[in-house]
Design a protein around this ligand. Structure first.
Ligand SMILES: NC(=O)c1ccc[n+]([C@@H]2O[C@H](COP(=O)([O-])OP(=O)(O)OC[C@H]3O[C@@H](n4cnc5c(N)ncnc54)[C@H](OP(=O)(O)O)[C@@H]3O)[C@@H](O)[C@H]2O)c1
Length: 248
């Protein structure tokens, strides 16, 4: 894939899938703005890759989206691709559900991608660009004990379909990638103890028909394919990449 001369915003670029995607885009010739809260983690992503600029920001801040897009334009002069990858998961059984818990998940997983897409719109129109939203297998499968995470990803998948139609006349394609359980910092970031994380990983691997959890590199490859300007007629779709988990 060749992204030479194109500029890409990747959120959640300091670890996991976002780090891998940022590096793949840069290696394919793109100019990248990597966004996340931890500047040191972003700098590690950008190490030895001058095509990646870092923009530390908390995307739950309502002003962050405008700042991110302004930073991309200031730095690279254009914007071709927005990858809404930053996201958080949270165990929250119905009995323990709180207003703050729901708001926190939706602010990052639904509101931030929406504000970023809105702020990016004039530039994506000019470039006839693309948006890639990172959902989850659980955006369209039930997830007992973490229903609001699943619901936030379901919302993102539905925004993907609606935006695809809304923006089609502008030549902007909007697709979603729905990975299954993938090696990353996500479970630790959810506040789970190491022993619980290990147990979840073993259970997930046992449930996945192909017998293992995903690798961020193989997930990132598909983000690039959805964003690839040569993928000209695909819009409004959610591609599930999960070793067959959604079929079980
Ligand atoms: N790993 C999986 O099993 C899996 C499965 C399905 C879907 N996904 C989705 O894949 C995406 C990437 O997750 P991942 O697996 O790569 O997990 P990860 O390693 O935890 O990455 C999430 C990234 O988002 C950033 N982030 C978190 N809160 C943020 C905030 N408030 N503002 C800005 N950035 C923030 C984090 O960086 P900072 O902490 O530095 O901000 C981190 O780099 C997420 O949307 C996740 O829901 C993951």
């Amino acid at each position: 894939m060749d992204f030479t001369g194109r500029a890409v915003v990747v959120t959640g670029a300091g670890s996991g899938i976002g780090r891998a995607a940022s590096r793949h885009f840069a290696d394919a010739g793109a100019r990248v703005i990597g966004v996340g809260r931890r500047e040191d983690a972003l700098k590690e992503t950008a190490a030895d890759r001058p095509g990646i600029a870092v923009h530390p920001a908390d995307l739950r801040d309502p002003d962050a989206a405008r700042d991110v897009i302004d930073a991309a334009i200031d730095r690279w002069g254009r914007l071709d691709v927005l990858v809404n990858n930053a996201g958080a998961t949270r165990m929250m059984p119905l009995a323990d559900t709180t207003s703050d818990g729901i708001a926190s998940l939706f602010e990052l997983n639904v509101t931030a991608p929406s504000l970023l897409a809105g702020a990016a719109l004039p530039h994506l129109r000019a470039a006839k660009g693309a948006i890639v939203n990172v959902s989850s297998t659980y955006g369209h499968r039930p997830l007992p004990g973490a229903a609001h995470y699943a619901a936030s990803k379901a919302a993102l998948e539905h925004l993907t379909r609606s935006w695809a139609v809304e923006l089609a006349a502008d030549g902007i394609r909007v697709n979603a990638l729905a990975p299954g359980p993938t090696e990353s910092e996500a479970l630790t970031a959810a506040g789970l103890a190491p022993a619980v994380v290990d147990q979840i990983k073993r259970d997930e691997a046992a449930r996945i028909p192909l017998g293992r959890r995903g690798d961020p590199e193989e997930v990132a490859t598909w983000i690039l394919r959805l964003a690839d300007p040569r993928t000209t007629w695909l819009t409004g779709q959610t591609l599930t990449l999960d070793g067959g988990l959604e079929l079980t």
